[in-house]
Design a protein. Structure first.
Length: 254
């Protein structure tokens, strides 16, 4: 599927609503998240709820992405959360690397039965295997190699899924393959320990929108609370954030 840009009017809210994701819930996601969804990237792992023909209701968690069909319709593709990653087909060495959150290079069969070589990595949110064809990540690695004048040995290190620490001027940075990133490459300031421990600060405990709030628990799970059922703690936190923003606006810049 080719990734393309989607407008808000094209988002198939009717389909999402069948799985408990209303237009208000989607609209209350952070701006950067909505931008990524509109560009065809996967959503965060969100809670869904659906009812079968017998009236049984089920709850689960999934990512989703938008895609454009051959007849120019916009549809939804779900990436459900699994109990554990399916690693049986991999060698012991590659299985160990995947379980250590590293990217590997291996061959896989696509949905249409074709064999291809790709970078693979476990998506921590869903335990599904992410994959990107090796030429795509290889091209991005070449850009990094040219930018920082990397040697062949250093490029091989990156291709093997190991992060690489580089001294550039007075700064220390670490770069590595991470298929959770939109480019497949993640760069951070600091050493390999910081690179491995770094987590995006995209989400706070309370993430307020116009109609409700997305909350993140200690395990990283997101849930949605409509404004009419906010707890006292949520109201207090919203008030505190509002006062903090007012203070920042009122403070003159020197």
């Amino acid at each position: 599927m080719n990734r393309s840009r989607f407008s808000d009017a094209e988002i198939p809210y009717a389909i999402l609503r069948k799985f408990g994701l209303t237009q208000e819930m989607i609209g209350d996601l952070p701006t950067h998240t909505l931008s990524q969804i509109a560009e065809g990237y996967r959503s965060p792992v969100l809670p869904i709820e659906y009812t079968d023909e017998q009236g049984n209701t089920y709850k689960s968690r999934t990512r989703f992405s938008l895609y454009r069909t051959e007849d120019n319709r916009v549809d939804v593709l779900f990436y459900p959360q699994l109990q554990q990653a399916q690693l049986e087909k991999f060698s012991v060495e590659n299985r160990s690397k995947l379980q250590s959150d590293k990217a590997i290079i291996d061959r896989l069969s696509t949905a249409d039965g074709k064999e291809m070589q790709a970078f693979l990595q476990i998506d921590k949110g869903t335990q599904q295997i992410l994959y990107v064809p090796t030429p795509v990540i290889g091209r991005n690695l070449q850009v990094i190699a040219d930018e920082f004048h990397l040697s062949n040995a250093e490029i091989i290190c990156l291709r093997n899924g190991d992060p690489l620490t580089i001294l550039t001027g007075d700064d220390t940075i670490t770069v590595g393959v991470d298929l959770n990133e939109s480019t497949g490459i993640r760069i951070c300031t600091g050493d390999q320990r910081k690179w491995s421990a770094e987590m995006k600060k995209d989400w706070e405990k309370y993430n307020y929108g116009c109609f409700g709030c997305w909350t993140m628990d200690e395990e990283g799970n997101l849930d949605y609370t409509p404004e009419e059922v906010y707890t006292d703690e949520m109201w207090e936190e919203m008030k505190r954030k509002g006062e903090s923003r007012k203070s920042q606006v009122a403070t003159p810049k020197l």
